[in-house]
Design a protein around this ligand. Sequence first.
Ligand code: LER
Ligand code: MN
Length: 278
Amino acid sequence: MKLSVAVAAENAPPSAFVVWRGFAESARKAAQYGYDGIELALKSAAEINPDQLTKLLDRWDLEVSCISTGQVFAALGLYFTHPDETVRKKVLEVFTGLIYLARDFGKLINVGRVRGFSAEGQTREETEMLFLDMAGRICDIAEPLGVTIIIEPVNRYEINFINNLDEGSKLLRKLGRTNIGLMPDLFHMNIEDDQIGASLVRNADLIKYIHLADSNRLAPGWGHLDFDQVFQALKKAKFNGWAAVEILPKPDADTAARQAAKWIIPKIRSYNQIFHEE
Ligand code: LER
Ligand code: MN
């Protein structure tokens, strides 16, 4: 398992839910604090200069863990289940750019709230149908490029569609594609899933990536989640992907990122030792 931290562009709006802003400074700090990579929260591929990013990653010996797309929803107002076909076309356009970027950086694209929701007057069946249609199109673009799509269940207070891992798994089985999986986020799981450990184990075959935060969305260790139990469940699930720290930048971003690294890195080290011995 490797550890990354969520970052965005310097000028990302307040709705970008990340620890640090500004790629150069974020990469320098991520390396300094002991992270293996950075998760890029983007609204479009145009935010990235691929040559500059490659140089930055080389300089600090970091990888991109994943490209996350919360800003496509929060800043651009685009989502998979939008009733208007022209808006859905725009979603596909933006995602195509991000998927091509992910081909060279991380090979994973997150789908959080951009999956959409059941709007007033839209039936559950319509929402599902629109979601499955867009997810299928995106999988088709991503597959030949070696890119995998990861659906993030998000709690009910943020969205009314795909709130827990079981709901996500059910839909992905309906979709029947191989380059799509789940991205559990411990903060959302703590609200929505019956048991964090049991749900991770039950949905093990689809889990490709994980967002780490404590119960209050502060840095791990500052809430009441049992991280040893989480790591035990991930071991049972044979998880060997990226874990990304996605937390509130409180009391300030540097202090939060340092606490997360200090709490999680020793756990990942012993996890990796046991994982590779078995
Ligand atoms: C995005 O990864 C996420 O977890 C959402 O809660 C952001 O609103
Ligand atoms: Mn998340």
